[in-house]
Design a protein around this ligand. Structure first.
Ligand SMILES: C[S@@+](CC[C@H](N)C(=O)[O-])C[C@H]1O[C@@H](n2cnc3c(N)ncnc32)[C@H](O)[C@@H]1O
Length: 274
């Protein structure tokens, strides 16, 4: 559907009617063609688990078997709300569909760092079309019984809504990370933690160090947007440090194939087993 027609329909139809039309358009434009293509060919992520000598990893096998050609309902939900996790330069929602499909009705607790600021003075801001809170609203729809939490460096975009609470955090500052986790509403840990904030190795490690202990047994911790240049540093610390410090966790680096993005379409997936 061309942009002016979509804009006309968005302005003139009741929200639910426009959403239904968008879903039909999405199904014809993205879902059915990719579903057809995925029956004929596969494009699987490259996966590596740590420690490397431990050969059996169910998580690695599950992630390595995802066919990224196929788009999913979570891709549509995230794109609808204005997040960039769906289709385009990133393929994370295909991974999330595989990881979360059996969890969707559970009353779980999900936290995401990085709300999607539109302020150019914020590192990794989302540009002029930013919709702060897009992915949190997407998660609220994906998990209808869940409590959703978020945090960001940009204090101006923090908000509270039904089932969503957000807080200030600077992930480069351990004091700010501790104070985030000491908020009364944040007590009780999380089933899912996603780092989509400041995309650098140091910032990701800083938040991981202050936050992994808050992941529930059986929970999943994700770092999005790992650049190709940072993969080797990650391999080194996962192999030599984290897999020893946290032997009850599985660590898998996932490199997602994408013709539009050969740089930062990579993620770390951690599962806490016990
Ligand atoms: C890519 S955007 C998040 C997009 C959002 N998760 C989505 O999917 O729509 C990155 C966010 O990280 C925030 N950010 C940048 N540096 C940060 C820091 N040091 N600590 C916490 N958040 C930071 C930015 O303000 C921005 O809102």
């Amino acid at each position: 559907m061309i942009a002016p027609i979509r804009e006309f329909l968005r302005k003139n139809l009741p929200a639910q009617a426009y959403r239904s039309i968008d879903w039909v358009w999405w199904t014809g434009r993205h879902y059915l063609p990719r579903r057809g293509a995925s029956l004929l060919s596969r494009r699987n992520p490259k996966v590596q688990s740590f420690p490397a000598k431990k050969t059996a990893s169910k998580l690695k096998d599950q992630l390595g078997s995802i066919n990224v050609i196929r788009v999913t309902k979570i891709c549509h939900i995230m794109t609808w709300h204005g997040s960039d996790k769906g289709i385009g330069r990133h393929d994370y929602t295909k991974v999330y569909s595989a990881l979360f499909h059996s969890l969707q009705d559970k009353p779980l607790r999900l936290f995401e760092l990085g709300l999607g600021s539109g302020n150019p003075s914020m590192p990794f801001y989302m540009g002029e079309n930013a919709k702060p809170g897009a992915s949190l609203r997407g998660w609220r729809e994906v998990f209808p019984s869940a409590r959703i939490f978020g945090a960001d460096l940009d204090r101006d975009i923090l908000f509270q809504e039904n089932r969503i609470s957000t807080f200030y955090c600077d992930q480069l500052d351990q004091t700010a990370i501790s104070s985030l986790w000491s908020q009364p509403e944040m007590q009780g840990g999380m089933d899912i933690i996603i780092d989509d904030g400041y995309h650098s190795f140091e910032a990701n490690i800083s938040f991981l160090d202050g936050s992994l202990k808050h992941l529930h047994p059986g929970g999943i911790y994700i770092v999005e947007d790992i650049t190709r240049g940072a993969l080797e540093e990650w391999r080194t610390v996962l192999e030599n440090t984290y897999s020893h410090r946290f032997p009850n966790h599985e660590f898998v680096l996932v490199e997602l194939p994408n013709a539009m993005n050969n740089d930062d379409n990579n993620m770390l997936v951690i599962r806490r087993n016990t």
